[in-house]
Design a binder for this molecule. Structure first.
Ligand SMILES: Nc1ncnc2c1ncn2[C@@H]1O[C@H](COP(=O)(O)OP(=O)(O)OP(=O)(O)O)[C@@H](O)[C@H]1O
Length: 269
């Protein structure tokens, strides 16, 4: 265990943190999703795969609140959040990363992790500032320690002083993940995280994701076309095809499924 105490790793129930049931989305005559369900538990990495146009991005949009479904519901910690905004969901521990990185380019990596942590000081004027100064200094020290510890745990400490805007895309994506962890994300939706990464970066990405799940208790759902990466990292895989759930199971079961081979993996699997 690291010294970082965010996330639900300790003491949370092992029920689903995120559930989607009966999700339907139409674009005119196109049924992008038709009765799709999905469950995500704390600490697991679940893969979402399928051919182009299967509905993966649309499902991510529904889960993160960017798109309201025509049918079905999304539950976060058992609460119906189908009508909640993306911002509300983010405040309640849900993060989504995009292929384009979303870091503060003018800040160092360490500062990106620092500003991500909630600031509880301020308010009450000068007198309050003076009285509360020692508390605030202690809090500030804790924030810095948490940022440093998260970078170390993710193997990113050598990047702490680099400006985020100068990082190659693969490293920037990993820093985004570390930032999600330091701010206490509980559900992370990853959109093609391995795309454009070198083999070394993919290895490091796996370590960062495993840190989030194993040490922080995050649930991770990832859309990815790199099948080897998905098979290696995920404990469970959901396969979409033409807007419906074609299969769900362990990587071995999904790989052996003839319907999945026909629709997506091909005979070589
Ligand atoms: N804004 C839109 N307007 C109309 N049709 C859309 C829209 N977004 C998606 N679709 C259609 O919905 C279906 C599902 O698309 P979606 O992008 O979710 O698939 P995907 O599995 O993410 O595909 P890819 O792997 O290519 O990203 C497709 O038939 C697509 O053409």
């Amino acid at each position: 265990m690291t010294g970082i105490a965010t996330g639900p790793a300790a003491g949370r129930a092992t029920g689903p943190v995120l559930e989607a049931a009966g999700i339907g989305v139409r674009f005119g005559g196109v049924r992008a999703l038709d009765g799709v369900g999905l469950t995500l538990r704390p600490g697991e990495v679940c893969g979402l795969i399928g051919p182009n146009g299967a509905g993966k991005t649309t499902l991510f949009d529904v889960l993160s609140g960017i798109r309201r479904p025509d049918a079905g519901r999304v539950l976060l910690d058992g609460e119906d959040v189908t009508r909640r905004s993306p911002v509300w969901r983010a405040r309640h521990g849900m993060r989504r990363t995009f292929q384009r990185q979303q870091l503060f380019g003018q800040l160092t990596v360490a500062d990106n992790l620092l500003v991500a942590q909630e600031w509880r000081g301020g308010g009450g004027g000068l007198a309050a500032d003076l009285v509360a100064a020692p508390t605030r200094r202690a809090y500030e020290r804790r924030r810095r320690a948490r940022a440093a510890e998260m970078l170390r745990a993710c193997g990113l400490e050598s990047l702490a002083g680099s400006y985020a805007g100068t990082l190659p895309v693969g490293q920037a994506r990993m820093v985004e993940l570390a930032r999600a962890g330091v701010e206490g994300a509980r559900v992370v939706l990853l959109d093609e995280p391995a795309s454009g990464m070198t083999d070394d970066e993919i290895g490091q990405l796996k370590a960062v994701v495993r840190h989030l799940t194993d040490q922080q208790g995050c649930a991770v759902l990832l859309v990815e076309h790199n099948v080897a990466f998905v098979m290696d990292l995920c404990s469970r895989i959901v396969v979409l095809d033409l807007g419906t759930r074609l299969a769900e199971g362990t990587p071995a079961a999904v790989r052996a499924d003839p319907a999945v081979r026909d629709a997506y993996l091909g005979p070589a699997g």
